[in-house]
Design a protein around this ligand. Sequence first.
Ligand code: APR
Length: 225
Amino acid sequence: MLTGAGISAESGIKTFRDADGLWEDHRIEDVATYDAWVRNSDLVMEFYNQRRKQLYEVIPNAAHYALVKLESKFDVYIITQNVDDLHERAGSKNILHLHGELKKARSTVDPNLVYPIEGWELKKGNLCQKGSQLRPHIVWFGEPVPAIIDATSLAQEADILLVIGTSMLVYPAAGLINYVHDRAPKYYIDPKATPMNYVRNLKVLNETAGKAVPSLVEELLNNNL
Ligand code: APR
């Protein structure tokens, strides 16, 4: 399973690249790069504080819950590009966050020091145990994606792949589909999904996640596919 911002859209979280998406109002180079953090950490912190604040106001939707149901019959692994915690709150067991997590902060001197953020606000002066300022635990543009190694192994072992609500424009996440076996059935659920002709055994469902995921899950559980 590879999920993107579109699976959380019906919970009320904006996607990045849709018409009213986050990157319409904010320039990536102002809020989502390490350079931006060095130049203006207040602005970067505020951007993610607002995202985190909003996260407390939304709840998982039918698509998140449907993926939990799938666990009654399948070993389900969710690789998500999302930094929200809606898969966790819906109850999914195995979740790999490729791009970090909004509700965590990490040290600016030791990337292994990661802490939960209490409440919605990360502030100047919040320090790690080594005394350095904490930053959002987010993979910014241009930064390495450490979880891609485990994600690639999961993709190689997958018997079925669901790709849900992602523009498939951001790498290395978008490249994961190439590691899934040619024989494995693949489903791409996104109202704007276009066929990827280089991918074998791919079925494109141009529908919203809230509608298409629950019915696809029912079909997979009932073996109708
Ligand atoms: N159901 C399913 N898909 C939807 C829905 C919906 N209700 N609403 C929108 N979408 C789709 C859009 O059609 C689009 O293809 O969700 C996709 C969102 O694409 P992006 O905004 O590019 O989000 P994503 O693919 O997750 O972005 C990848 O880019 O900026 C970075 O780090 C950020 O993790 C993010 C990465």
